[in-house]
Design a protein around this ligand. Structure first.
Ligand code: UGA
Length: 387
């Protein structure tokens, strides 16, 4: 063993430098981890960075979002993550896309599980937003039996989970439960007009029985339930091959292709921007009101006027053409949102025009990236790229 001072000096200096580097590296690593746990990372789909709050354990909830990689689900995930909650997404990727949530994959508060809600799952969570179900008519009609299973078995499984862990559960129901409405606009008290054996029934009746199951579990087992009846919603992250009217008309217009109206175009819809919807879902989940609530924007358009509006906004040279009407297509739809106004202090803030501007920009990027997009027609079809 050497006791020579010069020896010690010689070896102390490189070891010191080594230690410095390790310490520096560690500090850098910690700083990077802290940065990563305080925000989303920019991705091609979501280039803007979303900051996440740091919540104390007592306020941080574990929140399950079924269908969280879908269009609406992923926007809701953004809101919940930004608030600092732990979010677990379940998605079977039938219509959801990993790209919709990939900006959160690195974040310690976020988990993504490939799972089909028709199978039970055991999790420890505080709240459940149950959104899982294809919502576009060509997609939910592709495998009607599976659509029914998703709404029935899927909802039973989530209610069983809610019961076991005493979590509050919110069901994403739909304006489709009113069918082809004979009352206009539609208040929650209207019981609806659905053809039980028509091509839309797998979705409409599935959601109706899902609502029934929510109240059966509430009354029989004391489960805390919330029901949102969601009216037509649009915004960035809609699947370009979704087949619904907003995505089809914008994609057709951007490519100067024919804009396809099914039927006369006299049928009406009322369109809400997705940011308004997720704020409404959040207010409903965290409020006291536990009867169904319509969430939609009462700004009603005929489909023909809507086609013209999108063509004008995109400065397109598209022709508007008329194809046969689809079976059981509701002839009119407008939400009565007085319950949401009264009970949730909620109403839409984003105008259809402002929402369309953002959505057109998003689809412009999708069309540029893809080269060409052929929109999905009215017939039942498998979602493009579905798992
Ligand atoms: O977007 C939504 O939120 C709703 O979409 C669908 O209901 P629907 O109103 O029929 O939605 P679209 O497929 O977007 O159709 C709206 C209207 O536009 C028409 N349409 C659609 C697509 C198209 O290329 N051309 C066209 O004229 C349809 O025939 C219909 O009259 C779903 O069934 C609802 O569950 C969902 O909540």
């Amino acid at each position: 063993m050497s006791t020579d001072n010069s020896d010690r000096k010689r070896s102390a200096s490189p070891r010191g430098a080594d230690n410095e580097t390790k310490k520096g590296r560690l500090e850098r690593f910690v700083a990077e981890q802290q940065l990563l746990s305080s925000q989303s990372i920019p991705t091609p789909h979501t280039p803007h960075v979303i900051q996440t709050q740091r919540l104390p354990d007592s306020l941080r909830k574990k929140i399950l979002v079924t269908g969280g990689a879908g269009f609406v689900g992923s926007h809701l995930v953004d809101l919940l993550m930004s608030q600092g909650h732990e979010v677990v997404v379940l998605d079977n990727f039938f219509t959801g896309r990993k790209a919709n949530v990939e900006h959160w994959l690195h974040h310690p508060n976020f988990s993504l599980v490939r799972h089909d809600v028709t199978q039970p799952i055991l999790l420890e969570i505080d709240q459940i937003y149950h959104l899982a179900c294809p919502a576009s008519p060509p997609h939910y009609q592709y495998n009607p039996v599976k659509t029914i299973k998703t709404s029935t078995m899927g909802t039973i499984n989530m209610l069983g989970l809610a019961k076991r862990v005493k979590a509050r559960i919110l069901l994403a129901s739909t304006s489709e439960i009113y069918g082809d409405p004979t009352v206009h606009p539609q208040p929650e008290s209207y019981w609806g007009n659905v053809n039980t054996i028509g091509p839309r029934a797998c979705y409409d009746e599935g959601k109706r029985v899902a609502e029934t199951m929510m109240y059966a579990y509430k009354n029989q087992n004391g489960v805390s339930v919330r029901i949102a009846r969601i009216f037509n919603t649009f915004g960035p992250r809609m699947h370009p091959n979704d087949g619904r009217v907003v995505s089809n008309f914008i994609i057709q217009s951007l490519q100067n292709k024919d804009i396809t109206i099914y039927g006369s175009g006299a049928q009406t819809r009322s369109f809400q921007y997705v940011d308004d919807l997720v704020k409404g879902l959040h207010a409903l989940m965290n409020g006291d009101y536990d009867l169904p609530v319509n969430l939609g924007n009462p700004d009603e358009y005929s489909i023909k006027d809507f086609a013209t509006k999108i063509r004008d906004m995109t400065q397109s040279k598209s022709e508007i053409i008329f194809l046969p009407k689809v079976a059981d297509d509701p002839s009119q739809r407008e939400p009565d949102i007085s319950t949401a106004r009264r009970e949730l202090n909620w109403e839409p803030r984003v105008s259809v025009e402002e929402g369309l501007r953002k959505t057109i920009e998003y689809f412009r990027g999708e069309v540029d990236a893809a080269g060409e997009i052929v929109p999905t027609g009215p017939d039942a079809s498998k979602p493009k790229g579905a798992a």
